[in-house]
Design a protein around this ligand. Sequence first.
Ligand SMILES: CC(C)(COP(=O)(O)OP(=O)(O)OC[C@H]1O[C@@H](n2cnc3c(N)ncnc32)[C@H](O)[C@@H]1OP(=O)(O)O)[C@@H](O)C(=O)NCCC(=O)NCCS
Length: 306
Amino acid sequence: MTLIVRDFRPDDAASVSRVRRASLPYMVTTPAAVAFGVESANPAKKYRLLIAEKDGEIIGTAHAGIAYDSSEPGQSFVTPHVHPEHRGRGAGALILRTAEEHLAAEGARTVYAWVIDEPESRAFAEKHGYRPTRPAHFQRLDLANGTLPPLPELPAGVELRTAADFEADPRPMFRADAEATSDEPSDIGAHFDDYDDWIRHTWNNPLLDRGLSSVVLVDGEVAAFTAAQSDGGTRYMSGMTGTLRAHRGRGLAKLAKADSLRRARAAGYTDAFTSNDADNGPMLAINKWFGYEICATEVRHVRTLG
Ligand SMILES: CC(C)(COP(=O)(O)OP(=O)(O)OC[C@H]1O[C@@H](n2cnc3c(N)ncnc32)[C@H](O)[C@@H]1OP(=O)(O)O)[C@@H](O)C(=O)NCCC(=O)NCCS
């Protein structure tokens, strides 16, 4: 058996997407999104998509980089995925070591990794020096067979739009995303203010379905939104839901998601997924109201380098 770890090449995109789907069936990904992640990475991210190849077959991947939009310097991330049929043969360890060496050389002091809450994955993380920090829940909503709550009534001054209506000038979407994301509970705090960077990797992301992403306006201004990601087939995933601070607690996130999910179902999507930090009480309450059920838990782990 020959096992090697190397960098991604554009013609690996379909295989990487297959490994990710097999390892994390509650995520939405496509070959185009995999290639886009590499092409659009900010140089400050020092991003590398590593490939584990056994006898010429791609069996594992890891994306690794510096959390350059974090308020704390020296934070980085890596998440190795090995195809379930190829585990226990050293691919995960080799790919993780390669990623950590790269991150250390780029000045990282801490590395964060998502670990699925199952004995095999947690034991792997512990063995490699990672300790658990905080859990997050993957949730699934059966759009094909479940029932959606009725669309809430629109209060006076409230209108619904989609992200597609902002194609001429996405700045209001950028401002709303930046404010909401900076309030999302996480151990890598994200504070972004670089509009061009956001256009490159968030707005232009091929997974972002602008037509299915609902936006709530209050008196003509963006007050809440839900960013829908889709694979163009049957799977829909919430990329981010946010309400501006001045408008929280008035049902606007529910309204955005209700509108988006109804339109996703009408467009033929059968499975809706989302993932939330276990401390995100309001978002978990909203998702429960829609009928989402927890389908897996992952636990963020951290390791100090050096
Ligand atoms: C999460 C967020 C989108 C909610 O927006 P919102 O417009 O205030 O949400 P809504 O008013 O539609 O619904 C909030 C629900 O959460 C409930 N809630 C509020 N605080 C809660 C808490 N601490 N624990 C449990 N439930 C809570 C409310 O009671 C309400 O449910 P109800 O209508 O059944 O009573 C908003 O707080 C936000 O932008 N946070 C920062 C970004 C973020 O974390 N986004 C989610 C990541 S995917």
